[in-house]
Design a protein around this ligand. Structure first.
Ligand code: NDP
Length: 298
C-alpha cells in the first residue's frame, strides 16, 4: 500500500502548486530548489526538503521538473549525473519535465535522459499556478506511453492528463500552439481596449462584450473538426466572409489605430495576411484562405 513518492524540483509558483497538490492527496513528496527558502510552506505541509538535487532525485522513482526552461534542467541534473558514474542516481528514474521550451529541446532532453538510463516524459501545463490541481486544469503529455501510464494517477493530481503520443516534442508543440492562440488573443484584447479608451470610452464599457466576442468564436466559425476538415482539404469557398472583405476591415482597424495614436503593429500584421491573400488572387475566397499564406505554400 501507500501512495507512491514523488519528487518536485523547481519551486516557482508552478512547482509549489504541484507539490502542494501531491501533498493534499497524501503522497510523500520530496522537494528541492536552487534558491533556499522556497520550500518553507511545503515543509510545513509535510514535504521533505532534500539537501541536494542528487538526494532529491534519489528519493523517488518519479521526479517532476518545473523550471524556467530546459537549460535549468541541465544546470541542475548535469552535476547529478556527474556525481555518480555511470549515472546510478538517474538510472531507472522517470523525469517528467513540465517546463516550457521548444519541441526540439524536449527531444534532445529525452536523448540526454536515455544516455543516463532515465525515462523522459514531456508535459505542458495549460493553466496558471492557482488553478493547478483544480477543476479545468489540464496538462499535455508526450513520451513513452508505458512510463506515462504508470505515473498517470500521480500526474492526474496536477491536472487532467492529455496524452498525445510517443514523440517527446509533441506536448511542447501543443503547449506552444495553444499559447499562440492565447497570447495573440490577449494582445488583441489589450490593443482593442487601448483603441476604445483612446476615444474616451471607459474600458469597462467595452471589455465584457469583447470577452463575449472571444467565446462566441466557435458559433461564428464552426466547430474545430469542421474547420480542420476544410483546412486540410484546402477548401475555402468564398461567400459571406471573403478575404477581401475581412482584409478591408483589417485595414480600417489599422487606420483607426493610427488616428488614435496607438500601436499599429498587431493590426498591421493581421492586415498583411489578408493583403497577401488578395495579392495572390484569392481575395474572393473565404477568410480561411489565410491558412495557405500562413503555411508558406503560396
Ligand atoms: P519561475 O520562473 O517562477 O520558476 C522557475 C523555477 O526554475 C525556480 O524554481 C527557479 O529556481 C528555477 N530555475 C530557473 N533557472 C534555473 C537554473 N539555471 N538553475 C536552477 N534552477 C533554475 O516559473 P513558474 O513556476 O511560474 O513556471 C515554471 C514553468 O512552468 C515555466 O516553464 C513556465 O513557462 C511554465 N508554466 C507557467 C505557468 C504560470 O502561470 N506561471 C503556466 C503554465 C506553464 P530559483 O527559485 O532558484 O530561481
Amino acid at each position: 500500500g501507500g501512495l507512491s513518492p514523488g519528487t518536485v524540483v523547481g519551486l516557482g509558483p508552478m512547482g509549489r502548486a504541484m507539490a502542494a497538490s501531491l501533498l493534499r492527496s497524501g503522497h510523500p513528496v520530496t522537494v528541492w530548489n536552487r534558491t533556499e527558502g522556497r520550500a518553507d510552506d511545503l515543509i510545513v505541509r509535510g514535504a521533505t526538503l532534500a539537501p541536494t538535487a542528487t538526494a532529491a532525485v534519489a528519493a523517488s522513482e518519479l521526479t517532476i521538473l518545473s523550471l524556467t526552461d530546459y537549460q535549468a534542467m541541465y544546470d541542475i541534473l548535469d552535476p547529478v549525473a556527474e556525481s555518480s558514474r555511470p549515472s546510478a542516481v538517474l538510472a531507472g528514474k522517470v523525469l517528467v519535465n513540465l517546463s516550457s521550451d521548444t519541441p526540439d529541446a524536449s527531444r534532445d532532453a529525452a536523448g540526454w535522459a536515455a544516455r543516463h538510463g532515465a525515462s523522459f516524459v514531456t508535459g505542458g501545463v495549460m493553466v496558471p499556478a492557482p488553478a493547478v490541481g483544480g477543476p479545468g486544469a489540464h496538462v499535455f503529455y508526450s513520451g513513452p506511453r508505458a512510463v506515462f501510464d504508470i505515473h498517470e494517477p500521480t500526474l492526474r493530481l496536477i491536472g487532467e492528463p492529455r496524452y498525445l503520443g510517443e514523440d517527446p516534442g509533441l506536448a511542447q508543440l501543443f503547449y506552444q500552439a495553444h499559447l499562440d492562440v492565447f497570447l495573440t488573443a490577449l494582445s488583441s484584447l489589450l490593443h482593442a481596449t487601448a483603441l476604445v479608451t483612446a476615444a474616451g470610452v471607459p474600458a469597462a464599457d467595452f471589455l465584457p462584450g469583447a470577452l463575449n466576442t472571444l467565446t462566441d468564436i466557435p458559433t461564428m466559425i464552426g466547430d474545430g473538426w469542421d474547420l480542420a476538415r476544410r483546412l486540410e482539404a484546402g477548401e475555402h469557398p468564398g461567400d459571406l466572409s471573403t478575404a477581401r472583405m475581412m482584409g478591408a476591415t483589417a485595414n480600417h482597424i489599422v487606420w483607426t489605430s493610427e488616428k488614435a495614436g496607438i500601436d499599429t503593429q498587431l493590426p498591421k500584421a493581421v492586415k498583411a495576411h489578408y493583403d497577401q491573400a488578395v495579392t495572390a488572387g484569392r481575395g474572393t475566397e473565404n477568410w480561411t484562405v489565410l491558412y495557405e499564406m500562413l503555411k508558406g505554400c503560396d
